[in-house]
Design a protein around this ligand. Structure first.
Ligand code: SF4
Length: 442
């Protein structure tokens, strides 16, 4: 019997990567053959994102290019955009099946139940209160492990609580079990992901509320040699006791991603963020005092409604002084049914948004170069990745503090993919900005 071919495409966040991987494993159990997304397949599954308007445009573009590969393919849309606007997604030419938050984990059942009829269909979007375990394995060197889903916050620009529902968490027991399982599969680094991981919470069998600190404390006691990375964490939820603990941890690497969004308190208030810039600054200072080499990344939204020139300047000068390593900059885009979508009269023009975006990109590049320069002549541990074959001269990987690093392939035969190796950072390659390292002969 000819095996049906299935291909996956993931948009957006690490959570989506973890969930795509979980869904792909369901197909492999049933003897489907997984092929790369740009190859010919019978079924294409697109895990969509709805965080920005651009993500929705990109989704349509992906559907069109998929149809060019196989116009008769069965295309399934899952993920936040599918959950948030199933009618609109199902009306896109080429889309055959739209599955919501819960239904996507039953995708194989939907296909088996005869929905393979090339009929437009979208599954009833039901409860978003259930929790589904997810992790990625096998398709990347690092594995993304979902520990939490949904969000109870109400940031005025954000569509995520509407597509992913309220905050809920995996049990510590299951998280530890999954980490051990991933370790047995050869995974050396696990990224704890979620929508709002700092809001992690579980009631244990004695009725005690276990919080994020309890989780990291439990994880740090594992015996397996695996390094653990945190994904994005809200500044107000990054407790000082967590920073203290992480600075001495055995498993957690010195890497933080803390979204700021604006350096103006006025704009933070309009965004309904739950902190002010002073708190953010305090967190960065605390991390730097305990972990001088830690990578600290941040997210910024430029052109939020009402962001006047003076507010942007406040953000710029605040960021300039802040000892962070790099920035992800997003231009504000209106999402339907959000509070900020009502602030239409205060909207900032695309041209101004673009200009502000460019200015902050320049600042971010400078910060990242400075951060990299500081690493020269320091010892680091790199997790080397699979050599895709395109890079014949170097083997690539990330240091514990999240610096892209490469080592000349001829420098030592002991450097294999998916191994953790000690190296000395020697310089920055001016051509691509990647750090060059050499082996440390112990
Ligand atoms: S914390 Fe705010 S921005 Fe993050 S998912 Fe929740 S509502 Fe959205």
């Amino acid at each position: 019997m000819v095996r049906k071919k299935v291909a996956f495409y993931t948009m957006g966040c690490k959570l989506n990567y973890a969930e795509t991987s979980t869904i792909a494993r369901k197909f492999s159990i049933l003897d489907y053959q997984q092929v790369p997304f740009k190859s010919y397949a019978d079924i294409y599954v697109i895990n969509s994102c709805s965080v920005t308007k651009n993500a929705e445009i990109e989704f349509q573009h992906i559907v069109r290019s998929t149809m060019k590969i196989n116009s008769k393919a069965f295309i399934v849309a899952i993920g936040c955009y599918a959950q948030f606007n199933p009618k609109k997604v199902s009306s896109i030419t080429g889309i055959d099946l739209v599955l919501g938050y819960e239904e996507k984990f039953k995708i194989v059942d939907y296909l088996n139940r005869g929905l393979f009829l090339k009929q437009k269909y979208y599954a009833k979007i039901i409860s978003k209160k259930t929790y589904f375990s997810s992790f990625s394995v096998g398709d990347r060197t690092r594995s993304f492990l979902k520990i939490q889903d949904g969000c109870d916050y109400k940031c005025s620009y954000c569509i995520i609580p509407m597509s992913r529902g309220p905050s809920r968490s995996e049990s510590i027991k299951n998280i530890l079990k999954n980490i051990r399982f991933l370790f047995t599969k050869g995974v050396k680094e696990i990224v704890l992901t979620g929508v709002n991981i700092g809001d992690y919470g579980e009631k244990n069998i004695y009725g005690k509320n276990l919080r994020f600190f309890d989780l990291i404390e439990a994880i740090d006691q594992i015996q397996e040699k695996v390094r653990i990375r945190l994904s994005s964490i809200e500044p107000n939820l990054l407790q000082n006791e967590c920073i203290d603990f992480l600075s001495k941890s055995k498993h957690f690497v010195p890497h933080f991603h803390i979204p700021l969004q604006s350096g103006s308190n006025k704009i933070l208030m309009k965004m309904h963020r739950r902190y002010r810039r002073e708190l953010y600054q305090e967190k960065v200072k605390k991390i730097r005092s305990l972990m001088p080499y830690a990578y600290i990344g941040s997210d910024i939204i430029v052109g939020f409604p009402g962001e006047k020139h003076k507010h942007f300047l406040e953000t710029y000068h605040f960021l300039k002084k802040l000892e962070i390593s790099s920035l992800h900059i997003f231009s504000y885009s209106t999402r339907p049914n959000t509070k900020s979508s009502m602030m239409i009269q205060e909207n900032i023009s695309k041209k101004i948004q673009w200009k502000r975006n460019q200015i902050l990109r320049g600042l971010s590049n400078k910060k990242y170069r400075f951060f990299c320069q500081k690493q020269i002549n320091t010892k680091k541990t790199v997790l080397f990745e699979k050599n895709s074959g395109n890079h014949k001269k170097y083997l690539y990987g990330y240091t514990e503090n999240y610096i892209r690093t490469k080592i000349p392939l001829n420098s030592s035969s002991i450097f294999y993919e998916n191994t953790l190796q000690d190296v000395l950072i020697t310089k920055v390659d001016d051509k691509d900005g990647i750090m060059i390292a050499e082996p440390i002969n112990n």
